[in-house]
Design a protein around this ligand. Structure first.
Ligand code: 8YV
Length: 320
């Protein structure tokens, strides 16, 4: 047995993670989890691939699972807890960056920034036209936040700066945040009906999978803009495509899709009323560094049998 703990990691690894790990662990390719060839002491993941009961049973020496990211929908938390394996993630450090990107998508989709960029570069743009490319006004409108966790709260703060009225939906009302920021708690149906912008900040669980389907989209205003910075499967992709095509809603901004990436010939890729980014929510230099530091600290603590600096509560809803 190697004197250094063995960690099976899904790649590509953040260079900061590699630098912080140095030679403290022996990194194995993820494929090492496939069979009982090598003992594995730790797992290092990136929001995927699945860590399920069957895999955990194949890794009897496993001491920790560390995820570079906050979403743990790929990890069977019940199975990990039942086997006494701590799971770490990186909440807190990426909230601001993800909320910033939600606003980038919101502004880009409503003010047609990407479409405008394409037009301004094209030969079709020959002269200024006051009637062309009118968008949806952001200030003075109503924003509905689905999922008022850490990221949702940051989105609310930004919305207030944009002079928006903010309503939210959460599993449990959050009266203290409501009072501090002047938010309004709404039922899901009410939020969909009255919001000019709906921003999804929920984790992916059995309760949120497919939450935004044809029925939900049909309740939204035809002028509304949907923004998703959570997980792709929270939205039913085909239903969103139909809604964007038929004008059921006006536009969407997506940082995540189902599947991700979308197949090159997918209908969504042809829609001018869609702004798409490749899962960039936490992709800034400073946030990535903090994610690297926290995920490596979780990994090393778990390998040493110490409490993780940022453990996922064993009751959290992860279900690959
Ligand atoms: C990461 C994320 O980029 O934290 C999350 O849940 O989705 C992102 O911050 C992702 O985990 C890396 O794959």
């Amino acid at each position: 047995r190697s004197p250094r703990p063995r960690v099976a990691a899904d790649g590509p690894l953040d260079p900061t993670v590699l630098a912080l790990l140095g030679d403290r662990v022996e990194l194995l390719p993820w494929e090492a989890t496939a069979g009982p060839i090598l003992p594995v002491d730790g797992l290092y993941t990136y929001g995927h691939p699945a860590v399920d009961a069957e895999m955990l049973d194949r890794l009897p020496g496993l001491r920790v699972v560390s995820n570079y990211g906050v979403g743990i929908d790929h990890i069977d938390m019940a199975a990990a807890s039942a086997r006494g394996i701590p799971v770490g993630n990186t909440p807190g450090v990426l909230d601001g960056a993800t909320a910033d990107l939600a606003f980038a998508l919101l502004l880009a989709a409503s003010r047609r920034v990407v479409e405008g960029d394409r037009y301004a570069r094209s030969p079709a743009f020959t002269s200024y036209d006051p009637g062309s490319m009118l968008g949806r006004e952001v200030h003075g409108s109503t924003l509905g936040i689905v999922g008022l966790g850490r990221i949702g709260e940051k989105v609310a703060r930004r919305a207030i700066g944009f002079d928006m009225a903010v309503c939210y939906q959460n599993r449990n009302p959050r009266p203290e945040v409501e009072a501090a920021l002047g938010l309004r708690y709404s039922s899901f149906e009410q939020l969909l009906a009255e919001s000019d912008f709906v921003v999804l900040c929920v984790p992916l669980t059995d309760r949120t999978r497919g939450l935004i389907d044809a029925n939900a989209l049909g309740r939204m205003k035809p002028t509304a803009v949907l923004v998703n910075v959570s997980r792709g499967p929270v939205v039913v992709t085909d239903d969103l495509l139909a809604a964007l095509r038929s004008g059921t809603i006006a536009a969407a901004g997506l940082d995540v899709t189902d599947p991700e990436p979308l197949p090159r010939d997918h209908g969504l890729l042809a829609m001018d009323n869609l702004v798409l980014t490749p899962h960039l929510g936490s992709a800034t230099d400073r946030t990535r560094r903090r994610m690297a530091e926290l995920s490596v600290a979780n990994l090393l603590a778990g390998l040493d049998g110490l409490p993780l600096p940022s453990p996922v509560p064993p009751t959290a809803l992860g279900s690959p």
